[in-house]
Design a protein around this ligand. Structure first.
Ligand code: MG
Length: 234
């Protein structure tokens, strides 16, 4: 239904211009029941509720070889990706790098969240662990360093809340960039960063797509994940 103007506010100069338009109550947004303390809201697609990996498969399409225990799952052999494919989404995911610190730089608690299997928001133990700035945790890997480093200590649970819009090709072939907005532990770290069509370091997936899987990276480090859900956006 198209919005119906209810009220026009006259300008200070008496020109009678519409400065704002209030929308009718029947144009009200859908009701969503929010979750408590990171729990999924009522319109979310739950990708991991602490029990099993039924929403996931290995990067090669076979059964997941990652371990589920005590309400979380841990990086195992091969990448993990969702069975369902997504366009624009809001993602909530919680992760923890290993409590026992091993390695340094990119070798310490490395994993990653790839949107549409292509565009990586880095997962890394970035607590007192220097590396190149657009490769640390919550970087748009290889393209955008985070605004600040809000990392918690190794072994502590951390949250990502991410809004992703994919780049899109128009009928004329011209690409409209997408975007990333990222909160790390509630702190804004990527502020509506553009995502171009070739802004990927992924090997398996290339090119523009309306929908693609969410993929978690096996980088050889036992990073843990829990409480994973998305909301589909338009
Ligand atoms: Mg990574």
């Amino acid at each position: 239904m198209s919005p119906r103007p209810l009220l026009c506010v006259a300008s200070l100069f008496g020109m009678g211009l519409c400065a704002s338009t209030l929308l009718a109550a029947d144009a009200a947004p859908p009701v969503v029941t929010p979750g408590v303390q990171g729990a999924p809201p009522s319109d979310a697609v739950v990708l991991f509720d602490g029990k099993d990996l039924s929403a996931w498969k290995s990067g090669d399409g076979t059964a997941p070889q990652w371990t589920v225990r005590d309400g979380y799952f841990e990086v195992g052999k091969g990448n993990l990706m969702t069975r369902e494919e997504f366009g624009p989404i809001q993602l909530h995911i919680e992760w923890a790098s290993p409590a026992e610190v091993k390695g340094e730089g990119q070798g310490r608690g490395n994993s990653g969240v790839y949107f549409q299997g292509r565009y990586e928001i880095q997962v890394l133990d970035s607590y007192q662990n220097p590396t190149y700035s657009n490769g640390q945790a919550k970087a748009f890997y290889g393209f955008s360093a985070p605004l600040v480093n809000a990392s918690r200590k190794p072994g502590e649970w951390q949250t990502y809340d991410i809004v992703f819009h994919p780049p899109q090709a128009g009928a004329d072939g011209k690409v409209t960039p997408g975007s990333f907005t990222v909160f790390h532990n509630g702190v804004l770290v990527q502020d509506h960063i553009p995502v171009s069509g070739d802004a990927t370091t992924a090997a398996q997936f290339k090119g523009l797509t309306p929908k693609g899987p969410l993929l978690l990276q096996d980088h050889g480090n036992p990073v843990r994940y829990r409480n994973v859900w998305v909301r589909k956006l338009k």
